[in-house]
Design a protein. Structure first.
Lengths: 391, 120
Protein backbone atom coordinates (compact mmCIF):
# COMPACT_ATOMS: atom_id res chain seq x y z
CA UNK A 1 0.00 0.00 0.00
CA UNK A 2 1.15 3.47 -0.67
CA UNK A 3 -0.57 5.43 2.01
CA UNK A 4 -3.65 5.54 4.11
CA UNK A 5 -6.26 7.84 2.65
CA UNK A 6 -6.95 10.77 4.86
CA UNK A 7 -10.46 11.42 3.69
CA UNK A 8 -13.00 10.08 1.30
CA UNK A 9 -13.39 13.48 -0.26
CA UNK A 10 -9.82 13.73 -1.41
CA UNK A 11 -9.95 10.24 -2.77
CA UNK A 12 -13.19 10.78 -4.54
CA UNK A 13 -11.81 13.93 -6.08
CA UNK A 14 -9.66 11.66 -8.14
CA UNK A 15 -12.70 9.81 -9.28
CA UNK A 16 -15.32 12.12 -10.57
CA UNK A 17 -15.95 15.70 -9.55
CA UNK A 18 -19.67 15.60 -10.22
CA UNK A 19 -20.23 12.42 -8.31
CA UNK A 20 -17.99 13.52 -5.53
CA UNK A 21 -19.99 16.61 -4.97
CA UNK A 22 -23.20 14.63 -4.84
CA UNK A 23 -21.84 11.97 -2.59
CA UNK A 24 -20.10 14.19 -0.15
CA UNK A 25 -23.12 16.38 0.20
CA UNK A 26 -25.35 13.42 0.86
CA UNK A 27 -22.94 11.81 3.20
CA UNK A 28 -22.65 14.95 5.25
CA UNK A 29 -26.39 15.24 5.36
CA UNK A 30 -26.60 11.73 6.70
CA UNK A 31 -23.98 12.32 9.29
CA UNK A 32 -25.67 15.46 10.43
CA UNK A 33 -29.08 13.92 10.70
CA UNK A 34 -27.73 10.70 12.11
CA UNK A 35 -30.34 8.94 10.10
CA UNK A 36 -30.39 7.65 6.57
CA UNK A 37 -33.43 8.26 4.47
CA UNK A 38 -34.55 5.50 2.19
CA UNK A 39 -33.49 7.52 -0.79
CA UNK A 40 -30.08 8.23 0.60
CA UNK A 41 -29.74 4.70 1.83
CA UNK A 42 -30.47 3.58 -1.68
CA UNK A 43 -27.89 5.99 -2.97
CA UNK A 44 -25.42 4.72 -0.47
CA UNK A 45 -26.16 1.15 -1.31
CA UNK A 46 -26.34 1.54 -5.01
CA UNK A 47 -23.63 4.01 -5.60
CA UNK A 48 -22.05 6.07 -2.98
CA UNK A 49 -20.66 3.60 -0.54
CA UNK A 50 -19.38 1.13 -3.11
CA UNK A 51 -17.90 4.02 -4.99
CA UNK A 52 -16.27 5.37 -1.87
CA UNK A 53 -14.92 1.96 -0.99
CA UNK A 54 -13.87 1.38 -4.54
CA UNK A 55 -12.00 4.64 -4.46
CA UNK A 56 -10.40 3.70 -1.19
CA UNK A 57 -9.25 0.43 -2.56
CA UNK A 58 -8.33 1.95 -5.86
CA UNK A 59 -6.10 4.46 -4.21
CA UNK A 60 -4.04 1.69 -2.77
CA UNK A 61 -4.42 -1.28 -5.01
CA UNK A 62 -1.85 -3.21 -3.09
CA UNK A 63 -4.18 -3.09 -0.14
CA UNK A 64 -6.63 -5.44 -1.74
CA UNK A 65 -7.16 -8.35 0.49
CA UNK A 66 -5.56 -6.76 3.48
CA UNK A 67 -7.44 -7.00 6.76
CA UNK A 68 -8.25 -3.30 6.76
CA UNK A 69 -9.91 -3.43 3.37
CA UNK A 70 -11.76 -6.61 4.18
CA UNK A 71 -13.07 -5.00 7.33
CA UNK A 72 -14.34 -2.03 5.37
CA UNK A 73 -16.11 -4.31 2.96
CA UNK A 74 -17.69 -6.21 5.83
CA UNK A 75 -18.87 -2.99 7.43
CA UNK A 76 -20.43 -1.85 4.20
CA UNK A 77 -22.10 -5.19 3.73
CA UNK A 78 -23.45 -4.99 7.27
CA UNK A 79 -25.03 -1.63 6.51
CA UNK A 80 -26.65 -3.05 3.42
CA UNK A 81 -27.90 -6.20 5.09
CA UNK A 82 -29.30 -4.20 7.98
CA UNK A 83 -31.07 -1.96 5.53
CA UNK A 84 -32.64 -4.97 3.88
CA UNK A 85 -33.39 -6.81 7.08
CA UNK A 86 -35.08 -3.84 8.71
CA UNK A 87 -37.01 -3.20 5.54
CA UNK A 88 -38.41 -6.73 5.36
CA UNK A 89 -39.17 -6.79 9.07
CA UNK A 90 -41.01 -3.51 8.73
CA UNK A 91 -43.01 -4.74 5.76
CA UNK A 92 -43.93 -7.98 7.51
CA UNK A 93 -44.72 -6.62 10.96
CA UNK A 94 -44.26 -2.85 11.11
CA UNK A 95 -47.22 -0.62 11.82
CA UNK A 96 -46.34 1.69 8.95
CA UNK A 97 -46.86 -1.11 6.44
CA UNK A 98 -50.08 -2.45 7.96
CA UNK A 99 -52.13 -1.08 5.10
CA UNK A 100 -50.22 -2.39 2.15
CA UNK A 101 -49.64 -5.65 3.97
CA UNK A 102 -53.32 -6.43 3.59
CA UNK A 103 -52.72 -6.55 -0.14
CA UNK A 104 -50.18 -9.31 0.20
CA UNK A 105 -50.97 -12.77 -1.09
CA UNK A 106 -49.78 -15.82 0.81
CA UNK A 107 -47.05 -16.31 -1.76
CA UNK A 108 -45.83 -12.77 -1.32
CA UNK A 109 -45.77 -13.06 2.44
CA UNK A 110 -43.91 -16.36 2.17
CA UNK A 111 -41.35 -14.80 -0.12
CA UNK A 112 -40.77 -11.83 2.14
CA UNK A 113 -40.51 -14.14 5.14
CA UNK A 114 -37.87 -16.29 3.49
CA UNK A 115 -35.91 -13.30 2.29
CA UNK A 116 -36.04 -11.61 5.69
CA UNK A 117 -34.76 -14.79 7.28
CA UNK A 118 -31.78 -14.75 4.98
CA UNK A 119 -31.05 -11.07 5.56
CA UNK A 120 -31.20 -11.61 9.30
CA UNK A 121 -28.78 -14.49 8.93
CA UNK A 122 -26.47 -12.31 6.88
CA UNK A 123 -26.52 -9.62 9.54
CA UNK A 124 -25.56 -12.16 12.18
CA UNK A 125 -22.89 -13.64 9.97
CA UNK A 126 -21.37 -10.26 9.15
CA UNK A 127 -21.39 -9.10 12.76
CA UNK A 128 -19.50 -12.22 13.71
CA UNK A 129 -17.12 -11.77 10.83
CA UNK A 130 -16.41 -8.16 11.75
CA UNK A 131 -15.71 -9.14 15.32
CA UNK A 132 -13.53 -11.96 14.11
CA UNK A 133 -11.58 -9.46 12.04
CA UNK A 134 -10.99 -7.38 15.14
CA UNK A 135 -13.62 -4.76 14.40
CA UNK A 136 -16.71 -3.57 16.19
CA UNK A 137 -19.88 -3.95 14.16
CA UNK A 138 -22.10 -0.90 13.84
CA UNK A 139 -25.54 -1.15 15.33
CA UNK A 140 -28.57 -0.39 13.24
CA UNK A 141 -32.23 -0.46 14.12
CA UNK A 142 -35.46 0.16 12.30
CA UNK A 143 -35.06 3.79 13.33
CA UNK A 144 -31.83 3.95 11.35
CA UNK A 145 -33.79 4.00 8.12
CA UNK A 146 -36.74 5.83 6.70
CA UNK A 147 -38.28 3.58 4.11
CA UNK A 148 -40.53 6.32 2.84
CA UNK A 149 -37.38 7.98 1.55
CA UNK A 150 -38.35 11.01 3.57
CA UNK A 151 -34.99 11.70 5.14
CA UNK A 152 -36.32 10.72 8.53
CA UNK A 153 -39.65 12.47 8.20
CA UNK A 154 -41.46 9.24 7.56
CA UNK A 155 -43.50 11.02 4.93
CA UNK A 156 -41.29 10.71 1.86
CA UNK A 157 -42.39 9.74 -1.64
CA UNK A 158 -42.62 6.06 -0.80
CA UNK A 159 -45.44 6.88 1.58
CA UNK A 160 -47.47 6.06 -1.50
CA UNK A 161 -46.34 2.45 -1.09
CA UNK A 162 -47.91 2.05 2.33
CA UNK A 163 -51.59 2.24 1.51
CA UNK A 164 -54.01 -0.64 1.37
CA UNK A 165 -54.24 -0.49 -2.40
CA UNK A 166 -52.97 -2.61 -5.27
CA UNK A 167 -51.05 0.36 -6.61
CA UNK A 168 -49.24 0.74 -3.30
CA UNK A 169 -48.20 -2.88 -3.39
CA UNK A 170 -46.90 -2.37 -6.91
CA UNK A 171 -44.75 0.50 -5.75
CA UNK A 172 -43.54 -1.43 -2.74
CA UNK A 173 -42.47 -4.39 -4.84
CA UNK A 174 -40.74 -2.08 -7.31
CA UNK A 175 -38.76 -0.56 -4.45
CA UNK A 176 -38.06 -4.04 -3.09
CA UNK A 177 -36.69 -5.09 -6.43
CA UNK A 178 -34.42 -2.08 -6.26
CA UNK A 179 -33.13 -3.09 -2.86
CA UNK A 180 -32.40 -6.62 -3.96
CA UNK A 181 -30.73 -5.67 -7.19
CA UNK A 182 -28.68 -3.20 -5.23
CA UNK A 183 -27.61 -5.98 -2.91
CA UNK A 184 -26.53 -8.14 -5.80
CA UNK A 185 -24.58 -5.32 -7.35
CA UNK A 186 -23.00 -4.24 -4.14
CA UNK A 187 -21.58 -7.64 -3.35
CA UNK A 188 -20.28 -7.98 -6.87
CA UNK A 189 -18.87 -4.50 -6.69
CA UNK A 190 -16.94 -5.41 -3.58
CA UNK A 191 -15.75 -8.80 -4.75
CA UNK A 192 -12.56 -7.30 -6.07
CA UNK A 193 -11.70 -5.98 -2.66
CA UNK A 194 -11.87 -9.52 -1.37
CA UNK A 195 -9.76 -11.03 -4.15
CA UNK A 196 -7.57 -13.69 -2.74
CA UNK A 197 -9.12 -13.64 0.72
CA UNK A 198 -10.99 -16.36 2.55
CA UNK A 199 -13.92 -13.99 2.85
CA UNK A 200 -14.53 -14.03 -0.88
CA UNK A 201 -16.29 -17.37 -1.02
CA UNK A 202 -18.70 -16.38 1.73
CA UNK A 203 -19.40 -13.09 -0.01
CA UNK A 204 -20.11 -14.96 -3.24
CA UNK A 205 -22.47 -17.28 -1.40
CA UNK A 206 -24.41 -14.30 -0.08
CA UNK A 207 -24.28 -12.64 -3.48
CA UNK A 208 -26.04 -15.44 -5.34
CA UNK A 209 -28.64 -15.76 -2.60
CA UNK A 210 -29.44 -12.10 -3.10
CA UNK A 211 -29.80 -12.75 -6.81
CA UNK A 212 -32.37 -15.44 -6.05
CA UNK A 213 -34.28 -12.91 -3.98
CA UNK A 214 -34.13 -10.35 -6.77
CA UNK A 215 -35.46 -12.87 -9.25
CA UNK A 216 -38.38 -13.77 -7.02
CA UNK A 217 -39.39 -10.17 -6.51
CA UNK A 218 -39.51 -9.74 -10.27
CA UNK A 219 -41.74 -12.75 -10.53
CA UNK A 220 -43.99 -11.48 -7.78
CA UNK A 221 -44.38 -8.26 -9.67
CA UNK A 222 -45.18 -9.90 -12.97
CA UNK A 223 -47.48 -12.50 -11.47
CA UNK A 224 -49.17 -10.44 -8.81
CA UNK A 225 -49.25 -6.82 -9.89
CA UNK A 226 -51.41 -5.90 -12.83
CA UNK A 227 -49.69 -3.70 -15.34
CA UNK A 228 -46.13 -4.56 -14.41
CA UNK A 229 -43.97 -3.84 -17.47
CA UNK A 230 -42.64 -6.85 -19.33
CA UNK A 231 -39.17 -5.49 -18.81
CA UNK A 232 -39.57 -7.05 -15.40
CA UNK A 233 -38.84 -10.51 -16.60
CA UNK A 234 -40.41 -13.68 -15.37
CA UNK A 235 -37.01 -15.30 -15.74
CA UNK A 236 -35.91 -13.06 -12.89
CA UNK A 237 -33.23 -11.54 -15.04
CA UNK A 238 -32.71 -7.99 -16.14
CA UNK A 239 -33.72 -6.43 -19.39
CA UNK A 240 -32.30 -3.08 -20.22
CA UNK A 241 -30.89 -0.59 -17.83
CA UNK A 242 -32.04 2.51 -16.10
CA UNK A 243 -35.75 2.90 -15.71
CA UNK A 244 -36.30 0.30 -18.39
CA UNK A 245 -34.75 -2.30 -16.12
CA UNK A 246 -36.47 -0.95 -13.07
CA UNK A 247 -39.83 -1.42 -14.70
CA UNK A 248 -41.44 1.48 -12.94
CA UNK A 249 -45.14 0.78 -12.48
CA UNK A 250 -47.49 2.74 -14.67
CA UNK A 251 -48.67 5.84 -12.88
CA UNK A 252 -45.87 5.76 -10.36
CA UNK A 253 -45.27 9.10 -8.68
CA UNK A 254 -42.35 10.99 -10.15
CA UNK A 255 -40.53 10.72 -6.85
CA UNK A 256 -40.72 6.95 -7.02
CA UNK A 257 -39.50 6.95 -10.59
CA UNK A 258 -36.65 9.13 -9.40
CA UNK A 259 -35.84 6.64 -6.69
CA UNK A 260 -35.68 3.84 -9.20
CA UNK A 261 -33.59 6.00 -11.49
CA UNK A 262 -31.23 6.53 -8.62
CA UNK A 263 -30.96 2.85 -7.91
CA UNK A 264 -30.69 1.80 -11.52
CA UNK A 265 -28.69 4.84 -12.48
CA UNK A 266 -27.67 3.37 -15.78
CA UNK A 267 -24.12 2.51 -14.91
CA UNK A 268 -24.75 -1.17 -14.85
CA UNK A 269 -25.40 -2.85 -18.15
CA UNK A 270 -27.04 -6.01 -17.01
CA UNK A 271 -29.41 -7.36 -19.54
CA UNK A 272 -29.11 -8.57 -23.07
CA UNK A 273 -31.58 -6.22 -24.56
CA UNK A 274 -30.86 -2.74 -25.71
CA UNK A 275 -33.15 -0.01 -24.63
CA UNK A 276 -31.80 2.64 -26.92
CA UNK A 277 -33.75 3.23 -30.04
CA UNK A 278 -36.86 2.33 -28.17
CA UNK A 279 -39.16 5.00 -26.92
CA UNK A 280 -37.60 6.42 -23.83
CA UNK A 281 -34.53 4.36 -24.45
CA UNK A 282 -32.33 7.28 -23.61
CA UNK A 283 -32.92 6.58 -19.98
CA UNK A 284 -31.40 3.20 -20.25
CA UNK A 285 -29.73 2.81 -23.59
CA UNK A 286 -26.57 0.98 -23.03
CA UNK A 287 -24.14 -1.59 -24.14
CA UNK A 288 -25.11 -5.06 -23.19
CA UNK A 289 -22.88 -7.75 -22.02
CA UNK A 290 -25.22 -10.60 -22.56
CA UNK A 291 -26.77 -12.33 -19.64
CA UNK A 292 -24.57 -10.97 -17.01
CA UNK A 293 -25.68 -9.27 -13.91
CA UNK A 294 -24.50 -5.87 -12.88
CA UNK A 295 -22.04 -4.82 -10.28
CA UNK A 296 -22.31 -1.73 -8.20
CA UNK A 297 -19.41 0.48 -7.67
CA UNK A 298 -20.06 3.31 -9.96
CA UNK A 299 -23.75 3.79 -10.18
CA UNK A 300 -24.17 7.34 -11.16
CA UNK A 301 -26.63 9.42 -9.19
CA UNK A 302 -29.65 10.13 -11.28
CA UNK A 303 -29.21 13.83 -11.71
CA UNK A 304 -25.63 13.50 -12.74
CA UNK A 305 -26.39 10.80 -15.20
CA UNK A 306 -29.14 12.73 -16.83
CA UNK A 307 -26.77 15.58 -17.45
CA UNK A 308 -24.41 13.14 -19.06
CA UNK A 309 -27.20 11.74 -21.16
CA UNK A 310 -28.04 15.13 -22.46
CA UNK A 311 -24.51 15.68 -23.51
CA UNK A 312 -24.46 12.33 -25.17
CA UNK A 313 -27.82 12.67 -26.77
CA UNK A 314 -29.07 9.55 -25.09
CA UNK A 315 -27.76 6.06 -24.88
CA UNK A 316 -26.65 4.27 -27.93
CA UNK A 317 -25.32 0.83 -28.26
CA UNK A 318 -22.70 2.08 -30.63
CA UNK A 319 -21.72 5.19 -28.86
CA UNK A 320 -18.17 5.38 -27.75
CA UNK A 321 -17.05 8.30 -25.74
CA UNK A 322 -13.48 8.68 -25.82
CA UNK A 323 -11.03 11.04 -24.31
CA UNK A 324 -8.22 11.26 -26.77
CA UNK A 325 -9.05 9.64 -30.03
CA UNK A 326 -11.96 8.37 -31.97
CA UNK A 327 -12.17 4.69 -32.43
CA UNK A 328 -13.00 3.71 -35.99
CA UNK A 329 -16.37 2.27 -36.74
CA UNK A 330 -16.21 -1.46 -36.65
CA UNK A 331 -16.99 -4.61 -34.81
CA UNK A 332 -16.49 -5.26 -31.18
CA UNK A 333 -13.21 -4.19 -29.77
CA UNK A 334 -10.87 -6.36 -27.78
CA UNK A 335 -12.21 -7.68 -24.57
CA UNK A 336 -11.73 -6.97 -20.97
CA UNK A 337 -8.54 -8.70 -20.29
CA UNK A 338 -6.00 -6.45 -21.86
CA UNK A 339 -8.12 -3.45 -21.20
CA UNK A 340 -8.35 -3.88 -17.52
CA UNK A 341 -4.67 -4.58 -17.32
CA UNK A 342 -3.93 -1.31 -18.98
CA UNK A 343 -6.42 0.49 -16.87
CA UNK A 344 -4.84 -0.94 -13.83
CA UNK A 345 -1.72 0.82 -14.89
CA UNK A 346 -3.67 3.97 -15.17
CA UNK A 347 -4.10 4.30 -18.89
CA UNK A 348 -7.70 5.24 -18.73
CA UNK A 349 -8.10 6.60 -22.21
CA UNK A 350 -6.70 3.54 -23.88
CA UNK A 351 -8.88 1.44 -21.72
CA UNK A 352 -11.95 3.40 -22.71
CA UNK A 353 -11.16 3.02 -26.36
CA UNK A 354 -10.57 -0.68 -26.19
CA UNK A 355 -13.66 -1.16 -24.21
CA UNK A 356 -15.68 0.29 -26.98
CA UNK A 357 -18.31 1.31 -24.54
CA UNK A 358 -20.17 4.48 -24.05
CA UNK A 359 -19.84 6.87 -21.21
CA UNK A 360 -21.98 4.79 -19.05
CA UNK A 361 -19.87 1.83 -19.77
CA UNK A 362 -16.93 3.94 -18.82
CA UNK A 363 -18.72 4.36 -15.55
CA UNK A 364 -19.35 0.68 -15.42
CA UNK A 365 -15.68 0.15 -16.02
CA UNK A 366 -15.10 1.31 -12.53
CA UNK A 367 -17.02 -1.69 -11.40
CA UNK A 368 -14.79 -3.97 -13.33
CA UNK A 369 -11.77 -2.23 -12.05
CA UNK A 370 -12.67 -1.67 -8.44
CA UNK A 371 -9.45 -1.99 -6.69
CA UNK A 372 -7.41 -0.81 -9.60
CA UNK A 373 -5.52 2.43 -9.65
CA UNK A 374 -7.23 5.75 -9.42
CA UNK A 375 -6.16 6.34 -12.96
CA UNK A 376 -9.01 4.16 -14.07
CA UNK A 377 -11.28 7.11 -14.56
CA UNK A 378 -12.10 7.50 -18.16
CA UNK A 379 -14.46 10.38 -17.96
CA UNK A 380 -14.30 12.25 -21.22
CA UNK A 381 -14.71 16.00 -21.35
CA UNK A 382 -16.76 15.78 -24.50
CA UNK A 383 -18.98 13.37 -26.31
CA UNK A 384 -17.40 11.89 -29.34
CA UNK A 385 -19.10 9.00 -30.95
CA UNK A 386 -17.95 5.96 -32.79
CA UNK A 387 -18.89 2.38 -33.11
CA UNK A 388 -17.47 -0.70 -31.59
CA UNK A 389 -19.68 -1.44 -28.66
CA UNK A 390 -21.11 -4.62 -27.52
CA UNK A 391 -19.66 -7.73 -26.19
CA UNK B 1 -11.78 -31.52 -21.00
CA UNK B 2 -12.88 -33.20 -24.23
CA UNK B 3 -15.67 -31.94 -26.44
CA UNK B 4 -18.68 -32.62 -24.31
CA UNK B 5 -21.79 -34.08 -25.78
CA UNK B 6 -24.28 -33.82 -22.99
CA UNK B 7 -26.68 -36.68 -22.56
CA UNK B 8 -30.08 -35.57 -21.39
CA UNK B 9 -31.85 -38.79 -22.24
CA UNK B 10 -34.76 -39.51 -19.98
CA UNK B 11 -34.87 -35.92 -18.78
CA UNK B 12 -37.54 -34.67 -21.14
CA UNK B 13 -40.26 -37.06 -20.06
CA UNK B 14 -42.51 -34.62 -18.29
CA UNK B 15 -42.70 -31.11 -16.93
CA UNK B 16 -41.55 -32.00 -13.44
CA UNK B 17 -38.51 -33.88 -14.68
CA UNK B 18 -37.53 -31.11 -17.03
CA UNK B 19 -37.85 -28.48 -14.33
CA UNK B 20 -35.98 -30.56 -11.80
CA UNK B 21 -33.17 -31.15 -14.27
CA UNK B 22 -33.01 -27.45 -15.00
CA UNK B 23 -32.94 -26.65 -11.31
CA UNK B 24 -30.17 -29.13 -10.70
CA UNK B 25 -28.09 -27.78 -13.56
CA UNK B 26 -28.57 -24.17 -12.49
CA UNK B 27 -27.80 -24.88 -8.86
CA UNK B 28 -24.74 -26.90 -9.78
CA UNK B 29 -23.59 -24.03 -11.94
CA UNK B 30 -23.97 -21.65 -9.02
CA UNK B 31 -22.00 -23.96 -6.78
CA UNK B 32 -19.26 -24.21 -9.38
CA UNK B 33 -18.93 -20.47 -9.90
CA UNK B 34 -19.07 -19.69 -6.21
CA UNK B 35 -16.56 -22.38 -5.44
CA UNK B 36 -14.17 -21.32 -8.15
CA UNK B 37 -14.20 -17.60 -7.38
CA UNK B 38 -11.31 -17.89 -4.98
CA UNK B 39 -9.19 -19.48 -7.71
CA UNK B 40 -9.52 -16.46 -9.97
CA UNK B 41 -6.54 -14.22 -9.65
CA UNK B 42 -7.57 -11.42 -11.92
CA UNK B 43 -10.28 -8.98 -11.03
CA UNK B 44 -11.96 -8.73 -14.44
CA UNK B 45 -12.36 -12.47 -14.53
CA UNK B 46 -13.81 -12.52 -11.04
CA UNK B 47 -16.33 -9.83 -11.87
CA UNK B 48 -17.32 -11.48 -15.10
CA UNK B 49 -17.83 -14.72 -13.24
CA UNK B 50 -19.82 -12.80 -10.66
CA UNK B 51 -22.11 -11.38 -13.30
CA UNK B 52 -22.68 -14.81 -14.74
CA UNK B 53 -23.32 -16.52 -11.45
CA UNK B 54 -25.92 -14.05 -10.32
CA UNK B 55 -27.74 -14.60 -13.58
CA UNK B 56 -27.58 -18.33 -12.93
CA UNK B 57 -29.00 -17.69 -9.49
CA UNK B 58 -31.85 -15.71 -10.99
CA UNK B 59 -32.52 -18.54 -13.40
CA UNK B 60 -32.48 -21.05 -10.59
CA UNK B 61 -34.89 -18.97 -8.55
CA UNK B 62 -37.27 -18.75 -11.51
CA UNK B 63 -37.13 -22.48 -12.15
CA UNK B 64 -37.59 -23.26 -8.48
CA UNK B 65 -40.52 -20.89 -8.37
CA UNK B 66 -42.09 -22.75 -11.27
CA UNK B 67 -41.54 -26.05 -9.50
CA UNK B 68 -43.21 -24.67 -6.39
CA UNK B 69 -46.14 -23.21 -8.27
CA UNK B 70 -44.95 -19.67 -7.53
CA UNK B 71 -45.55 -20.17 -3.83
CA UNK B 72 -43.57 -20.82 -0.71
CA UNK B 73 -39.86 -20.34 -0.17
CA UNK B 74 -38.32 -22.79 -2.62
CA UNK B 75 -37.04 -19.95 -4.82
CA UNK B 76 -34.28 -19.28 -2.31
CA UNK B 77 -34.42 -22.10 0.20
CA UNK B 78 -31.15 -23.88 -0.36
CA UNK B 79 -31.60 -26.59 2.24
CA UNK B 80 -31.39 -29.19 -0.50
CA UNK B 81 -28.01 -27.89 -1.59
CA UNK B 82 -26.18 -28.70 1.63
CA UNK B 83 -24.09 -31.29 -0.21
CA UNK B 84 -22.96 -28.49 -2.51
CA UNK B 85 -21.88 -26.32 0.40
CA UNK B 86 -25.04 -24.31 0.94
CA UNK B 87 -26.29 -23.38 4.40
CA UNK B 88 -29.90 -22.26 4.58
CA UNK B 89 -29.68 -21.22 8.22
CA UNK B 90 -26.77 -18.89 7.45
CA UNK B 91 -28.31 -17.67 4.22
CA UNK B 92 -25.39 -18.98 2.19
CA UNK B 93 -25.73 -20.36 -1.31
CA UNK B 94 -23.91 -23.35 -2.72
CA UNK B 95 -20.16 -23.29 -3.29
CA UNK B 96 -18.30 -26.41 -4.26
CA UNK B 97 -15.04 -27.59 -5.71
CA UNK B 98 -14.54 -29.14 -9.10
CA UNK B 99 -14.83 -32.75 -7.98
CA UNK B 100 -18.17 -32.19 -6.27
CA UNK B 101 -19.48 -30.25 -9.21
CA UNK B 102 -18.37 -32.86 -11.68
CA UNK B 103 -20.06 -35.57 -9.67
CA UNK B 104 -23.31 -33.68 -10.09
CA UNK B 105 -22.79 -33.11 -13.79
CA UNK B 106 -21.38 -36.56 -14.44
CA UNK B 107 -24.65 -38.28 -15.34
CA UNK B 108 -25.02 -35.88 -18.23
CA UNK B 109 -21.51 -36.21 -19.55
CA UNK B 110 -20.67 -39.54 -21.20
CA UNK B 111 -16.90 -39.11 -21.62
CA UNK B 112 -14.87 -38.96 -18.48
CA UNK B 113 -13.50 -35.52 -17.71
CA UNK B 114 -10.00 -35.47 -16.34
CA UNK B 115 -9.53 -33.29 -13.27
CA UNK B 116 -5.82 -33.82 -12.92
CA UNK B 117 -4.90 -30.21 -13.46
CA UNK B 118 -7.88 -28.64 -11.75
CA UNK B 119 -7.51 -27.40 -8.18
CA UNK B 120 -9.72 -29.14 -5.69
Amino acid sequence: MSHTPSSDASLLAAVDPEIVQTLVTRREAIVRSGRASGLVAAALASGSVPLALGALAGDAYAQVGTPAVVLQVLRFALLLENLENEFYKAVLTGAAFAGVRQQFSAAETAAFTEIQKHEQAHVTLLRTAIQGAGGTPDNYTAASFDFTAGGGSGTGPLTAALANTAAAKGLLLAATQGFEDTGVRAYKGQAGNLLGTATLTTALQIHSIEARHAAKIRRLRRLGVTGTPEAVRLSGTIRGTGLAAAGAPAGAPQAVADLLALIYGGATPEGNHRASGEPGGGAGGDVRRGDRDGAAGGVRPAGVRRAADRRRGGGDRHAVHHRRHRAPAGPAQPGLTGTAARRRRGDASTAAGDRGGDRRVAAADREWSLGSSTGRRSRPPDSTTAAGAGR
Amino acid sequence: VPDIQPDFSGRFTDRATILETARMLEDTGIAAYNGAGRLLKRLPNLLTAGKIVSMEARHSAAVRDMIAGNAGDLFANVTNLAALGANEALGLDAAAGAATVLAMADPFIPPQVNLTNVPA
